[in-house]
Design a protein around this ligand. Structure first.
Ligand SMILES: [Zn+2]
Length: 146
C-alpha cells in the first residue's frame, strides 16, 4: 500500500480520533484534520492513530499462519462470498466510492478475499488493527484498493 493513500479520496470516511474532524490526505504523507491533528503515513503505508503502543501477543508468525488459513483454505469462503454479495447489493451499481471496514484486520487477508469477490470496483477496504505486526504486513501486501 505504499503511497496508495494519495490516490484515494476518503471523503468523510476517516475521522480524527482526537476531535472527530474529517481527515484528509496531505502531500501523500499525512492525514490531517481541520484542527491540524496530524497522523503520518509510515513508509510501509499504514497510519498509527494511537496515543500509546498497546502490548500485543500477536507476532509476524501468527499473522503468516492466519493468512495461510484465510487465503489458502475454504474455511472462510462462504463468509467472504456473503459479505461481498451484501456489499454488491448496496453499492455495485453506484458511482459513489464505497468503503468497507475490517476492524481487527490483522494482515488484511479477509479484506483481500472480500474485495476480490466483489463486483464493485470502486470499493476500498480499510483495515484497522492494534497489532503493529499485523498492520505492517497488511500495508506491505496489498497495493490496489486496500
Ligand atoms: Zn483532530
Amino acid at each position: 500500500m505504499e503511497n496508495h493513500a494519495k490516490y484515494i479520496n476518503f471523503g468523510n470516511a476517516l475521522r480524527c480520533p482526537l476531535c472527530e474532524g474529517s481527515l484528509q490526505v496531505v502531500q501523500s504523507k499525512s492525514l490531517i484534520c481541520p484542527n491540524r491533528h496530524t497522523f503520518d503515513i509510515s513508509h510501509l503505508g499504514y497510519v498509527n492513530m494511537l496515543s500509546h503502543s498497546p502490548k500485543s501477543r500477536y507476532n509476524k508468525a501468527l499473522f503468516e499462519a492466519r493468512k495461510k488459513i484465510i487465503m489458502e483454505s475454504d474455511l472462510f469462503k462462504l463468509l467472504h462470498e456473503k459479505i461481498s454479495a451484501v456489499n454488491d447489493t448496496y453499492s455495485a451499481d453506484s458511482d459513489t466510492p464505497a468503503f468497507i471496514l475490517d476492524a481487527g484486520c490483522g494482515e488484511g487477508s479477509h479484506l483481500e478475499k472480500i474485495l476480490g469477490n466483489s463486483r464493485n470496483r470502486t470499493l476500498t477496504g480499510i483495515g484497522l488493527d492494534l497489532s503493529k505486526a499485523g498492520i505492517a504486513q497488511a500495508a506491505k501486501r496489498y497495493k490496489q484498493s486496500i
